[in-house]
Ligand binder design. Sequence first.
Ligand code: ATP
Ligand code: MG
Length: 371
Amino acid sequence: MTDPGERLRNSLAADLPVGPDFDSPIAMEAMRATRVLHAADQDPFPAPGRIRVVTVANQKGGVGKTTSTVNLGVALAMYGLRTLVIDLDPQGNASTALGVEHTVGTPSIYDALVGDNTLAEVTHPTTASPNLFCVPATIDLAGAEIELVSVVAREHRLRRSIETYLHELPAEERPHYVLIDCPPSLGLLTLNALVAGDEVLIPIQCEYYALEGLGQLLSNIDLVRAHLNPGISVSTILLTMYDGRTKLADQVADEVRNHFGDLVLTAVIPRNVRVSEAPGYGQSVLTYDPGSRGSTSYVEAAREFARRGAALPASTPQPISQPPPPPPVATPVYPPPVGGPPPPVAGPPSVAALVLGEPATAPAQRGRHAT
Ligand SMILES: Nc1ncnc2c1ncn2[C@@H]1O[C@H](COP(=O)(O)OP(=O)(O)OP(=O)(O)O)[C@@H](O)[C@H]1O
Ligand SMILES: [Mg+2]
C-alpha cells in the first residue's frame, strides 16, 4: 500500500484533484500548504508591465493595511516577483511582521525622509523570501510629521527617494512592486505616500462603518492628483476580515462592490486567527501557516492583483523632478507644533496645505478674529 504522503505528493505532481483519502481537514490543509510553498516554481505570478508603486492607505485604523501589505508582499515575492515593502507607519508593524529589526538606531525610512540617507542604505533583506526587502520604520518616524514641515518639497521626499533608488539599481535588481504601508491618518506621511505612488490599494474591513471616512481619503487622492501627482488613482479595493457566518459581512461586501465595481478584487480575505497570530512570530501568515485560509486567500488576492498588473502598459510614469508651481490660492503654511513658535505667515501658498486640510487663515490672523 502506498503511503498517504506519497499519494498526496503524486497527486499534486500530477496536478490531479485529490481523492477521498484527502478529504479530511488536516489532509486538505497539508495539500494547501504544499501548494502555497511550492507554487513559485509551478505557477509564478506574471511580472507587471511596469514597476508598480502601490500606496496601501485607509485612514481608518485596524482595517488590515499592514496585514495586507505584508502578506501581499510576501505572496508576490514567493511567487517570483521582487518586492520592496516600505513601512511608513511609526508603529512599525510591517517591520515587526516581516521580522525586520526596527529598534531606535536601525537605519530606517526616517533617515531617508528626514535625513540624507538613500533608500538603498535603509533597505533590509527579509527571511520570508530572497525576493522580499523591507525599509523598516522606527519610532523616530513619529516626529517626522513635524520635522518635515520645514523641509523643502516636504511632500515629495518619499517619491524622490524611490525614484533615485530605482534609477540607481541595475535593471535586473529593480523591484517589480513597491508597497507602502501608511499610518491611520491623512497627515504628511500619507501625503508623501500618495505623491510617491502610482496607485492606491484600499483595504476595507467587512464591518460596520466600513465606508466611514473613505470619502475624505478619496477627495484627498483627487486633490493630490490635481496638484501633486497626476499619475495617482485608486486601482484596487481589498475586502478584509470577512466573516462568512454573518450577514453583515455580505452586506458590506455587496455595498463596497456596488460602489467601487471592478476595483474590488474578487478574492476576499477571511477573518482568520492564523493571520493575527503570525506577526507575533515575526512572520507573514504564508510562512507561519501556509495551509491556513488566511494564507491561501492572500495568495489568491496577490495572484489577482499581479494579473491585473501584467495588463498595465509598459510605460513608466513621468518622474516628478520639481514640485509643481503652487495654485493661485492663498493658503497658510502648516500650523506650528503645539507649544512651538508661530510660523512666518509669508511664503508661497502650499498645495500640501490644501490636501492636509490646513486652516484657511493664518494662525496670527485667526487669533485676531477670535478676539
Ligand atoms: N484577516 C484577518 N483575520 C484576523 N485578524 C486580522 C486579519 N487581518 C488583520 N487582522 C488583525 O487585525 C488587527 C489590525 O490589522 P492591521 O494592523 O493590519 O490593520 P491596520 O489597518 O494596519 O492598522 P493601523 O491603522 O493601526 O495601522 C491586527 O491585530 C491584525 O492581526
Ligand atoms: Mg498598520
